[in-house]
Each structure stands twice: as C-alpha cells, then as structure tokens.
Design a protein around this ligand. Structure first.
Ligand code: MG
Length: 391
C-alpha cells in the first residue's frame, strides 16, 4: 500500500479551483501530511464556534417554534449537499464548494433577515452592517483560537466564495478580494455554484416549512408552475399517499428538476466556453454556472411567491417586530454601557474606540450582537432591557 498522499486535484476539470493554482492563505502555513488545503478549510469551519451557534439561529422560523423547521445550521447543510452533488457531476472542487456552503451564513445575526436589517439600521452612522461581509469578518478576525494567526486563515478561494455581495465602499477596503465588485469579473465556478445552491435550498425548504407551519397551502402554491407541475405528477402516481408524503415527493421532484437543469445548462455553457483555468473563469463578464432561461423564470416566480406569501406573512412579520426590538435594544444598552458586556467584548470596545472613535465602539458592539444565537439574545434582552417580553 502506498503511503503517498493522493493529489487533491486529481480528477478535477482544468477550470475547477485547484490547490496547485490557489492564491493561498493570508498567513503561509506548511502543508498537512494527508489533508488538502480546501479540506482543511472545511474542517476549520466545522470546528468553529460560529458554526456551532448556527443551530440556534433562525432561518425563517424561530427555533423554538418546532423541532422540524430549518435552522441556519440545517440550511447550510442542505446548501452544501446540493452544491456537492453538482460539483461532483461537473468535476469541480467538491471540498471547496462544501467549505464555502458551510461558511456562507456564519455572519448572520440572530432572528434571520429581521435581525440583520435592525443591526444595519443601528450601524447606519458607523459603516453599516452586511451579513456577507460579517461572514468574512468571522473567519478572518473574530474566531480567535489559533496561536499563529487571527481567524481561521482560510484559503483565498473559500473567502472569495463566501463574499457573495459587497457594497462598493466595503469592496474598496478588501483589496484583491473586493476587486470584482469594483471592476467586474466573476468568482470561481465553485463560488458561482454555492451561490445558486443557496437559492435552491432556500426556495425549497421554505415551501416545505411553510406548508408544515400552515402559513402556505397547496391551494396557494398551485399558482406556482414549479410546484404545481410536480404536485400533479406525484399525486396522480401516488394517489393513496398522505398529504405529507405528497408534499415531500413534490419538493423532492422540484429540487431534482431544477438541479438537473442547472447541471445540463452549466455543462453546455462550459463546453462552449472551454475556460482554460480559474483565472479565465474570473475574467469572464458573466457567470458560467446557471439555469436555462425557462427554469430561471420559474425559480424567480417561486421566489416572488415566497416573498409575498411567506416572508410577509403576519406571523413572520410579528417575529420581525420583536426581533427588531431585541436587536436594537441590546445594541443601545451595550453601546451606552459596554461594561454590561462580557469582559473580552468590553475590552474590544475600549481598544477599538481608541483607534477609530465611535465607529470602533459601535463595530465591537455589532460583532457581539451579530454573534448571538436567538435564545442568547432573548435572555440578554430579558436581563438587561425588559423581562416581560414574550417571544
Ligand atoms: Mg443561506
């Protein structure tokens, strides 16, 4: 038996992100004897504190509403599952795509998008708050556990994939990593794929969760082609099955259809474009991973439907109001009296304030609040602001 470590790039397409052409880590490290660099990235993410906290962060439904709903953790796992399947079929880098997917939501605040909007409002005068950029801050700076470097010191390609959006102002401060938001260009194919897998997972698990919660009905969904086509197929094939089984078979068929479309369309685009390597992919004006126009339109129609019927449902909106109260309340208390924060965060407030004034003080508070789980934020709010708030 050979003791040689197998080449981590073996079997990958020339246009995949390869370890041999990686732009590397901010702090150079010796290679590991039997793990590739993107595998190490994935492993570091799984062992991070921010990753563990995703289990108690809201995706759409607050964790304590029921044990069956998606949390940010199970969402991230579903995104990774979808993206890995496609990466493997296209000979892209499965280890990298998994690392990106597992890390993509690490910077999310408690209480889903509601929490993020509130924190962004609190930070308006201090540079704002973007959850994508926050995910990068988590892996670059805030995870504090390695002796030799700050953060997780991930590879450039993993960090590139995590930064799905970025404002021009923030992009200017990111150097090489921010360039594509200023000058155009694309990230690598694994990043393009992770981005779409995130959207696919969102749409489909929200249909499933929305039906389970009774906020959506099969009747409502019959106006959405992506759903109704599959529902008709499975309900004629399995006419004796329960509604729960039919729903699951429908969502399963929907994912299968859209993933197959993405795979076929992307494979055809890659065959046509024949990019020479990842740099060639990065220099293109448009992404090469994508849906056919027809399926893309259906995907967007489902997204619009969920916007209207689920994310703006009164039960979800009433969570939004309470989330805003909690996030804003905590931000204000910590900003005016940092001594109420745990010592390591209170110390950061002092150090960053000396360096950057109020903006530094606010950033340290935002980092602390953003890192909280839903239940941690709620208990802090009960202790420091209002013990009577019901959630
Ligand atoms: Mg996501």
């Amino acid at each position: 038996m050979s003791t040689e470590f197998p080449d981590p790039d073996a079997g990958l397409a020339v246009y995949a992100a390869l370890q041999s052409t990686s732009r590397g880590r901010n702090f150079a490290e010796p290679p590991h004897p039997y793990r590739g660099e993107f595998q190490r990235d994935r492993d570091r993410i799984v062992h991070s504190g921010a990753f563990r906290r995703l289990v108690y962060k809201t995706q759409v439904f607050v964790n304590h509403e029921g044990d069956l709903y998606r949390t940010r953790l199970t969402h991230s796992l579903e995104v990774a599952q979808i993206a890995r399947t496609i990466a493997r079929a296209l000979d892209l880098n499965e280890q990298l795509v998994e690392a990106i997917c597992l890390a993509h939501d690490l910077g999310h605040t408690p209480f889903g998008h509601a929490g993020q909007d509130s924190l962004n409002a609190c930070m308006q005068d201090f540079g704002g708050f973007e959850h994508n950029l926050q995910s990068l801050r988590v892996v670059d700076e805030l995870e504090d556990k390695y002796a030799r470097f700050p953060g997780l010191n991930l590879s450039y390609e993993t960090r590139e994939g995590m930064l799905k959006h970025c404002s021009r102002r923030n992009a200017r401060e990111l150097g090489e990593l921010g360039k594509r938001f200023l000058e155009g260009g694309q990230p690598g194919l694994e990043a393009q794929l992770a981005n779409l897998a995130d959207e696919i997972a969102d749409n489909h698990h929200d249909v499933d969760d929305g039906l389970r919660a009774g906020l959506l009905s099969i009747d409502d969904l019959s106006s959405v082609a992506l759903f109704s086509d599959q529902f008709d197929i499975v309900s004629s094939e399995f006419s004796d099955s329960s509604e729960r089984v039919l729903t699951h078979e429908t969502v399963r068929g929907m994912i299968n259809r859209i993933v197959t479309d993405l795979l076929d369309t992307s494979r055809a685009a890659l065959n046509l474009a024949r990019p020479a390597d990842i740099e060639d992919v990065r220099g293109r004006p448009r992404p090469l991973i994508g849906f056919s126009p027809e399926v893309y339109e259906e995907h967007r129609a489902l997204k619009r439907f969920l916007q209207k019927s689920l994310y703006r449902h009164e039960r979800v909106l009433s969570m939004t109001e309470r989330a805003d109260k909690i996030v804003t309340g905590l931000f204000d208390v910590y900003f005016s009296d940092p001594a109420t924060m745990p010592e390591e965060h209170a110390t950061k407030v002092v150090t960053w304030e000396q360096e950057l004034g109020d903006a530094g003080r606010a950033r340290a508070v935002a980092d602390y609040v953003a890192g909280m789980t839903d239940r941690y934020a709620l208990s802090a709010y009960h202790r420091l602001v209002d013990a009577t708030l019901k959630f």
